[in-house]
Design a protein around this ligand. Structure first.
Ligand SMILES: [Zn+2]
Length: 445
């Protein structure tokens, strides 16, 4: 018998691997070295041959790959609950944009740290984020230990981060350089949407993404209002317009993709464009119901996201999974639509595809040790017949007992290992006073 050494040996009651054959293991072991999985299999096989520096006892737990939130605006946690129950365009232009004009790098960083705490605590190990002064979101992700694909939001009007289009593109370049050496954070080019950007900005965004060889993210076809505006301004609906500007490709991740015709689903599928579905945001902002089964049937790679905390109003991916399945079932009046395994795939493997992070999304030898564990002793997870059913229909983020990224435990049993949460809480309370003032002034303006 050959003895091997590893950093960590996990002993778990259940492991939902999400590997190519979707293996579910009982009484299983995972050996982790240098942040990656060295072996995964039955505890009986692994325990005698792997000598670890530490053993993590998860024998009352279900282990699965960390969930991947493929579309969010992390710093918007600062504005959670500030303005609700409004139409999307009014909400965005009259309430959110005015406050955002007053944001500082410190506030963006603080909001992102709060988001990282919430995501870590509720089982998300990687997220894809678009915001202004995004470098400070990347900084927060590095501090919190989460993986992130980040991008400065690009508008055709000035933002607090840049005065002109050239400055905006310079910022994208410098962010790429800044995070090139990071083992947790990388970048993308992120034009906001077709309704906040000029044709030139869209075309140049794709040119820059190709030049830097990084992905491109955009909000696309979120509402019927967006479609009408696009027809008025460009004579085309958002998806054909994006195609004409050269925006649809394997490099592209489109958030929302709600208002789609059959031909547009075809366009997205043929171009290799990936889609992030955001059911709770779509419900809360009454944007509509994305055609998830049709997109799936067309072969569009699908992931799941919460969108920002103002339009959700949490970053809990367990809640998002449940909403995704339930919304499609009631919409189609067919309880067989979008089954649990498909939803879990979107939140794990689909997310890895959307973020271009192939080392994440499933647990297998050679993959990153990005995993989470749920406490199975909690009443709402008992009894256990089918782990996949529990993960989508019964579990909540609050059931997460451990979150690990790259073999490093970031959260366990109520405690964050990297972030001083009590101190952060105080800073958030102070920041909220400032935000409230800006909001009241914005309403009077
Ligand atoms: Zn969004």
């Amino acid at each position: 018998m050959t003895i091997s050494h590893c950093d960590t040996l996990i002993h778990a009651a259940w492991v939902v691997t999400q590997d190519d054959s979707r293996r579910i293991l009982e009484d299983a072991g995972i050996a982790v070295s240098n942040g990656f999985i060295s072996a995964i299999g039955s505890w009986e096989e692994l325990a005698p041959v792997w000598y670890p520096k530490r053993i993590v006892d998860l024998t009352k737990h279900l282990v699965l790959p960390g969930l991947i939130n493929a579309h969010t605006h992390a710093s918007m946690t600062l504005m959670r609950g500030l303005a609700d129950d409004l139409p999307l365009m009014e909400w965005l232009t009259k309430h959110i944009f005015p406050v955002e004009q007053k944001l500082t790098p410190e506030l963006v960083h603080l909001g992102a740290l709060l988001a990282c705490c919430e995501m870590t605590k509720t089982g998300t190990t990687a997220f894809c984020d678009m915001y202004l002064m995004e470098e400070h979101v990347g900084r927060a992700a590095e501090e919190a230990g989460l993986r992130a694909r980040i991008g400065e939001v690009l508008f055709s009007f000035p933002s607090p981060a840049y005065a002109s289009q050239d400055e905006a593109f310079d910022l994208v370049r410098s962010m790429k350089e800044r995070f090139d050496g990071s083992n947790r954070v990388n970048t993308a080019v992120m034009p906001h949407s077709v309704y906040t950007t000029s044709p030139e900005l869209l075309e140049k965004s794709m040119e820059l993404a190709e030049e830097l060889d990084i992905p491109l993210n955009i909000h696309l076809a979120e509402t019927q209002t967006e479609s009408q505006q696009s027809i008025e301004q460009h004579g085309l609906r958002p998806v054909p317009y994006a195609a004409e500007r050269g925006l649809l490709s394997k490099r592209t991740l489109a958030a929302h993709a709600v208002d789609l015709t059959d031909e547009e689903i075809d366009l997205l599928a043929k171009s290799g464009t990936r889609v992030c579905h955001n059911p709770e945001s779509n419900m809360k902002l009454a944007s509509g119901i994305a055609r998830v089964p049709e997109m799936q049937a067309a072969g569009i790679p699908l992931s799941l996201g919460t969108d920002g905390a103002c339009s959700n109003n949490n970053l809990d991916m367990f809640s998002e999974m449940s909403s995704c399945a339930l919304l499609q079932k009631v919409h189609h009046k067919d309880s067989t639509r979008v089954p649990a395994q498909q939803v879990l795939d979107m939140a794990t493997r689909g997310g890895a595809c959307s973020l271009d992070m192939p080392q994440t999304g499933y647990l297998a030898k050679g993959q990153a040790a990005d995993l989470i564990a749920l406490n199975l002793n909690t009443p709402s997870l008992m009894p256990m017949y089918n782990p996949i059913s529990h993960l989508v229909y019964a579990a909540q983020g609050a059931d997460v007992a451990l979150t690990m990224v790259g073999g490093e435990t970031l959260y366990q049993d109520g405690k964050f290992t990297r972030i001083d949460y009590p101190a952060l809480r105080e800073e958030i309370r102070d920041a909220a006073e400032f935000i409230k003032k800006q909001f009241e002034q914005g309403k009077m303006a």
